[in-house]
Design a protein around this ligand. Sequence first.
Ligand SMILES: Cc1cc2nc3c(=O)[nH]c(=O)nc-3n(C[C@H](O)[C@H](O)[C@H](O)COP(=O)(O)OP(=O)(O)OC[C@H]3O[C@@H](n4cnc5c(N)ncnc54)[C@H](O)[C@@H]3O)c2cc1C
Length: 375
Amino acid sequence: MSAPEPFQAIVVGGGLVGSAIAWGLAREGLRCVLLDEGDIAFRASRGNFGLVWAQSKGQGAPHYQRWTRYSANAWPELARELADAVGADVGLHQPGGVHLCLSDKEMADRSDRMAQMAREAGNSLPFHYRMIEATELREMLPALGPTVVGASFTPYDGHVDPLRLLHALHRAFTGAGGVYVPNAKVERSDAAPRDFRVMAAGRVFEAPRVVLAAGLGNAALAPEFGLSAPVRPQQGQVLVTERVAPIFTMPTTSVRQTMQGSLLLGDSVAEVGYDISQKPAVMAEIAKRAVLSFPFIARLNMVRAWSALRIMPKDGVAIYDQSEKYPGAFTANCHSGVTLAGAHARLLAPMIAAGQLDGMLDPFSARRFDVRDAA
Ligand SMILES: Cc1cc2nc3c(=O)[nH]c(=O)nc-3n(C[C@H](O)[C@H](O)[C@H](O)COP(=O)(O)OP(=O)(O)OC[C@H]3O[C@@H](n4cnc5c(N)ncnc54)[C@H](O)[C@@H]3O)c2cc1C
């Protein structure tokens, strides 16, 4: 092992979560190293759908709804900063978004869900939404199929190019003096309060702060730092069509048009463990729903498809925590790393730089799981 390399912060995991935090720490003036295992790890950041999506986040967990809304609000500024820092266009388009309903039952369920979100939001950060009937929706999205009965709309939503985002965060981070070390799986570590030593790629890194943002890798790393990260893999699949002329004015939860013109079709959820094989039955279901929503999609060629694993906390709500045993150690885990990039870079990173998470993040602590099941 070489001599320890001193930093002010070590971030483990160079996906969207770690990169947004690392860039935020570098912006705060901290000398920071970002360690990433590399292409052999599961990496949700390279296989996601690219939505900045607030309308369905935080039902039953108003703190999560608020945090997501803060992030959606922070997104335009994040995109501007990345453009200024490295000239990157991450393709942010945030005109609001719709969740399509293909039956009266879906419409009624969605309406109930939106009403609950609005009730839980209260008056401090009101949740504005509209249920839109098919006739009006057709004026907003002319290619809509006859099966669609309506949609929910919220003005907070949008989409980006997630690969451009990841690349821009890395470049902004290194441009601000950060050190990015790829192919560096953290295998060993020593933890003491505000004094951490992490071994990776034959090198030793030391710092008074460490941030665990290793996605599914956090579950194994967290206990070494007096933390816990109960996350599991949840598979999602995405289909990609050939490019078409611009046709969508806004993204939907299951179909969106990229900057380059391709349509991404997705929205599947499967509990299959660490399995990233594609499932034809799921792909068929995604395609069927997309064609019912927008019949012209039936004429398009599919050019690509993939599956990837979400990082799903036990109860679906993000986990942010600081170690009581080893102050200076933090963890961040979520299944909406695109949406939450604004909050991670602009709100969470300054808290970590200051050495203490704000009380607003208390409900996100993994300590919420330290209760026995009533059953
Ligand atoms: C199909 C699908 C669709 C999605 N759609 C959306 C969406 O529309 N909007 C949205 O907001 N979110 C979406 N997500 C979720 C989003 O992609 C994730 O929340 C986000 O990518 C998580 O980023 P992460 O950095 O935590 O994890 P990852 O991307 O998994 O990155 C973790 C990194 O940690 C590294 N690592 C792991 N272990 C170690 C170790 N021991 N040492 C060093 N490095 C390590 C890995 O190499 C990896 O690069 C989607 C996810 C999927 C799968």
